[in-house]
Design a protein around this ligand. Structure first.
Ligand code: FAD
Length: 468
């Protein structure tokens, strides 16, 4: 039988839509329970693995040292960290489920080919809370693909799912385009793990306004929300606000899509950040960077032309993980401003006012040092050291969207809820349902936790449904 024939003529036990972390966890769980599983991955094989291939770590609860994780990180501390960043916009039951289950996920991941490494010391020093993947997300994704293939999972690449056929609350089949052909793939259960909608810039612009056309997308161009929209159009219950997303400030020279982690800029705490007009607009030293990096995408998005510029001097150049692009360099502030396309006089005035507001005191880059400006608005509350030592360096900043939060509402079994209660045989995992837990804000490493926990639950649930 031809490959396409096999796809359409088989009645699959579990059809998995998407080919990132959540999809793979679901596929592996279902296959281990004896199901015939197909993964429909929209991307070509080289780009398989969606945003998951860009990741570095996942956040994991643990009651004592676990693999590479040091000390302990309990449920309540983890939950408090989540509440702080989401400002309470979370579903406590689902959040605690994700947190609690994360502890058993780490050994499960190791048993399925993922290798961990101790965290690097850097601006996001997270050795207690976050387990880092050896080889990054790409190695994790590759390990899961190998495991899935060994378990007999069939994988179709460049398989864009366009429609989920649902009647009477029951999934029957998905419609999928492969190589210009439209096919129908039938199954007894489906797991939707096709990510958010951030790569559909028109959709972003409808939610955010035209300024969204200046946003860069840090991850895969394939997460365009086609399946999410299709399900919402059919009455699936939605969660999350379309304007909420995880967005960080990234190097303004990054490509429109897929720039990944290396374009993130961690220099803000040691910088003065100005807008297009050379004006400061926010406290660059408000808190330690892991607690602040996720707000800077939105801050820059609110500035004219959605750009910002971070300016440092030679004393700070080695204090942060550099972007993949070298900084713009000049011997004078005016020269730097000119090279960045900023009004030199305005930038000079801003830097002079900032320098004049700095006071004496110990500068400690690795912790909150309380070295704050005096009489400056907005203030800089930590690491406020004058910018005086040439050469001066500058980076342009633009909002880099990681993923959107509008998603499908799920229950504690990862089952999707429709107009008449939960669907009979539809599960969702990962970014497509993350808004169920992340109403706003973001906790580093929690995206992979959500995908792993709910992907596994979805695979287990779908398999149990097939067996029943
Ligand atoms: C640069 C970057 C760094 C990150 N770092 C971290 C980190 O260190 N830790 C962390 O926890 N999170 C991190 N995240 C967030 C994390 O990537 C996501 O939360 C997580 O990968 C989501 O997993 P997923 O399986 O839901 O989505 P994805 O991994 O994005 O997978 C979605 C899949 O669906 C496929 N797809 C989309 N539409 C269709 C369709 N219509 N038909 C078929 N297939 C389709 C895509 O091709 C893709 O394979 C990072 C994100 C980025 C962009």
């Amino acid at each position: 039988m031809s490959r396409l024939g096999q796809l359409t003529e088989t009645e699959w036990d579990v059809v998995v839509v998407g080919g990132g972390n959540a999809a793979l966890c679901a596929a592996i769980e279902a296959a281990e329970r004896g199901c015939r599983v197909v993964i429909l991955e929209g991307a070509p094989e080289t780009y398989r693995g969606g945003n998951s291939r860009h990741t570095r770590n996942f956040r994991c609860m643990h009651s004592g040292p676990l693999s590479v994780l040091t000390d302990s990180y309990g449920e309540n501390e983890y939950f408090d960290d989540l509440i702080r960043v989401t400002k309470g916009q979370t579903d406590e039951g689902l959040a605690r489920l994700a947190i609690r289950t994360s502890e058993e996920c780490l050994p499960w991941m190791e048993a399925h080919g993922v290798r961990f490494q101790p965290s690097l010391s850097g601006t996001l020093s997270l050795s207690r809370t976050n387990a880092f993947f050896l080889g990054g997300g790409k190695a994790l994704v590759n390990a899961y693909y190998i495991t899935a293939e060994d378990l007999g999972v069939t994988i179709a690449y460049e398989a864009q799912v366009t429609h989920v056929e649902v009647s009477g609350g029951r999934f029957d089949a998905v419609q999928v385009e492969i190589g210009g052909e439209r096919l129908r793939v039938r199954g007894k259960a489906v797991v939707l793990a096709s990510g958010g909608f951030q790569s559909d810039i028109d959709w972003l612009a409808r939610a955010w306004g035209e300024s969204a056309r200046n946003f860069l997308i840090r991850g895969t161009p394939y997460n365009r929300g086609v399946v999410l929209k299709d399900m919402l159009d059919q009455g699936a219950e939605s969660v999350g606000d379309p304007t909420q997303c995880h967005a960080v400030a990234i190097d303004g020279r990054a490509p429109q899509y897929d720039g990944g982690i290396v374009t993130r800029l961690d220099c803000v705490p040691f910088s003065v950040v100005v807008n297009r007009d050379g004006q400061r607009f926010y406290d660059e030293g408000e808190d330690v960077w892991p607690k602040r990096y996720a707000i800077w995408g939105r801050l820059v998005a609110a500035q004219p032309d959605q750009v910002g510029y971070a300016i440092i001097d030679s004393r700070s150049i080695d204090l942060f993980m550099p972007s993949v692009y070298p900084p713009i360099e000049a011997d004078t502030i005016e020269g730097l401003a000119e090279a960045l396309g900023l009004p030199p006089a305005a930038v000079r005035e801003t830097i002079d006012a900032f320098n004049a507001a700095c006071r004496e005191g110990p500068f400690t880059p690795t912790e909150l040092d309380g070295l704050a400006t005096e009489g400056l608005d907005p203030p800089k509350t930590n690491w406020a050291r004058p910018i005086v030592e040439p050469p001066f360096y500058g980076y342009s900043l633009r909002p880099g969207v990681t993923f959107t939060y509008l998603g499908l509402k799920v229950d504690h079994e990862a089952r999707v809820t429709g107009p008449e209660g939960r669907y009979h045989n539809i599960w969702a995992a990962g970014e497509i349902m993350a808004g169920s837990i992340l109403g706003q804000g973001y906790l580093a490493g929690f995206g992979m936790t959500i995908g792993t926990v709910f992907g596994r639950l979805a695979g287990q649930g779908a398999a149990a449904h097939v067996a029943a």
